[in-house]
Design a protein around this ligand. Sequence first.
Ligand SMILES: *[C@@H]1O[C@H](CO)[C@@H](O)[C@H](O)[C@H]1NC(C)=O
Ligand SMILES: *[C@@H]1O[C@H](CO)[C@@H](O)[C@H](O)[C@H]1NC(C)=O
Length: 397
Amino acid sequence: MFNSFKAFISLLSLATNLATIAAAPADFSSTDAQWIWTTGRAADGTTYPPGNVSIRRDYFPPTGKTPLSAEILITADNAYTLYVNGEEIGAQANFQQAFRYCVALEAGCNVFAVEGQNTPSPTASNVGNAAGLISAIEIRYSDGFTDTIVTDAEWHAITGAVPGFQQVAFDDSAWPAAFVEGPIGTTAPWNTIGVAIPPTTDDPGPDLTSATWIWTNEVSGPTSNAPIGGRAFLKTFSLPGGQLADSIVIDIVADNEYTLYINGLVAGSGTDFHTAQRFEVNFVPSNTVTIAVWAVNVPPGGPAGLLAAAEIRGCTCGCGANAFVVTDATWVYNTTNPAPADFINPGFDDSQWAAAIVEGPYGIAPWGNVAIPTSTSPQSAPVSGAPDAPPATVVSS
Ligand SMILES: *[C@@H]1O[C@H](CO)[C@@H](O)[C@H](O)[C@H]1NC(C)=O
Ligand SMILES: *[C@@H]1O[C@H](CO)[C@@H](O)[C@H](O)[C@H]1NC(C)=O
């Protein structure tokens, strides 16, 4: 997504030294955001036929301004897929709930594109109903100032799913202007149904209670005995749309002990499965975060499990672009002991590793409600037998 990664990083550090002038769009009514769709509205003046539409907005920054990021507040009736500069950023199908996205921008022209969908009424598949897209986008520049663009007649909209329409190079100059239905406060039916707006900051921290205990296929459940020894677990997570993260907060506990690595560096270890530890780790801005764990079932053996929840903090915008990761079947494991060389490092090929076995949710026996940390732990050394690596930058309170 970035023409020059290094240039982006230097702009980023420049921007963090400058005060920002405006807050992100709090809601739609604080802007001039309009519900828009295509010109294909039915003769009744209120409904659209079911089906997909393609909607686009080319954004050229004012002379001398370098866009850094956009915070996008958006919803659509009934569904949308949002793209920025050709990359899919998010998709939702709940028009009563708006969503926020924080996306890094290109230095020049940027393209916001939405594939909107009007679904048929539940009772009759060909009967039309209301359809609309509404969005407010705060553009943040390298000088710390911001502009807000909104859905209005500046957008172009056409009936149908148009292949490739989300790409920057796509030419929408022949498309008609979007049809403007009206602002949020007065436009039926949404003015009476209502649209819930998410808070401008999204920093609830990790949620261990939504994580599941995982282990390898050597267990048949949470109370079955696992072989004694260390096992490798891995989760690589990429932020959508090329966004960068620069820190992670992770709550983690293992039966019996573990060492946690973030992007190849040792965050710390724990040896008490009654109590989780919290580590806060800063790292060089990266799109992908590698969470690696060496977890050990120590003699005399018995059940084994790993439970973790992380908040990955995006750094491109300062507008709460956080992602949340918990231990589940999207993690992978390896039973080789000692651990495969370099498995803790970013870029390790885990394609041959199997999906983790889910033993059960937080709270399940034999571990029960393990204590959730309220403060962070300092960096600590690997447990015996765990891969050695340099220490991570651990922020401890
Ligand atoms: C129609 O739009 C919805 C919402 O963006 C999307 O999930 C779906 O894949 C689209 N369908 C087609 C045929 O493009
Ligand atoms: C363990 O990892 C190695 C290296 O990635 C891989 O070749 C092997 O298939 C894995 N084996 C198991 C049992 O997970």
